[in-house]
Design a protein around this ligand. Sequence first.
Ligand SMILES: NC(=O)c1ccc[n+]([C@@H]2O[C@H](COP(=O)([O-])OP(=O)(O)OC[C@H]3O[C@@H](n4cnc5c(N)ncnc54)[C@H](O)[C@@H]3O)[C@@H](O)[C@H]2O)c1
Length: 273
Amino acid sequence: MADETVFPTGDLMKGKKGVVMGVANQNSIAWGITQQLAAQGAEIALTYLGEGLERRVRPLGESVGIKTFVQADVGDDASMDAAFAEIEKEFGGELDFLVHSVAFANKDELKGSFIDNTTREGFLTAMNISVFSFVDSARRAAKLMKPGGSIITMTYLGSERTIPNYNTMGVAKAGLEAATRYAARDLGAKGIRVNAISAGAMRTLSLAGISGGRGMIAQGRSFSALKEDTSMEGVAGAALWLLSNLGMSTTGEVVHVDAGFHIIGLPEDLAEG
Ligand SMILES: NC(=O)c1ccc[n+]([C@@H]2O[C@H](COP(=O)([O-])OP(=O)(O)OC[C@H]3O[C@@H](n4cnc5c(N)ncnc54)[C@H](O)[C@@H]3O)[C@@H](O)[C@H]2O)c1
């Protein structure tokens, strides 16, 4: 069972089937979203990158009643073909939602000077795994969706403003946000919504790969309007809104769930100095 004290239970996702991509461990943003969707009655398939991760992902998923676990490497067409064929079979050819919570860049791209440290190979890897994967997954999922379908992806403020060390990933997130709008335009004609959640810094495996990642959390907290960390409940709650019928008129949007970090231009101590 999902933890009811953290993730409210209800029927908002009852009868909806969907795929969550990007659970690696109990700290993954995708896992918070999964728990919230399960607590609202969703039927979920979890995809995981490789066999090593299955050992962690399966017990997590089973703890909230998930039965479908599918290996999917977003960088490999054959793996994606097989994964979506399995998902189509498991869910009788119908999908209501997709959560894309996947990103990767080499550690060397995520430190120091953006100009000096960005390589062709590293740049293309980040774009492939963090941006193209979204377009590819959304296309595959949308083929199985009826009007009312909903797709979300995860982004960060480093797309809009420069954040030390975020570098190539900031450029990738800018691409991801543009891809969200283009996908929303195309799929809108079919009644399918596409949105991105721009979360504040959270303590996950991905953040650990960014030089000074812990500082991103501390600074995010102290510069935020709410003066607090971004919560998993807040991010999962926004995902529930966008993926359920509550989000029915919202598409092509980047929703900031970052305790108001993105609205701050100058912090108080600098403004007073
Ligand atoms: N943690 C943060 O501070 C933060 C803030 C805003 C946005 N985000 C975004 O949220 C998303 C999820 O990241 P997270 O912080 O939960 O970290 P995470 O490491 O738990 O999740 C990243 C996921 O990407 C998967 N992945 C990487 N390469 C893959 C591939 N080739 N094929 C399939 N899956 C692959 C990993 O297995 C992992 O499950 C990412 O897009 C990240 O950029 C994170």
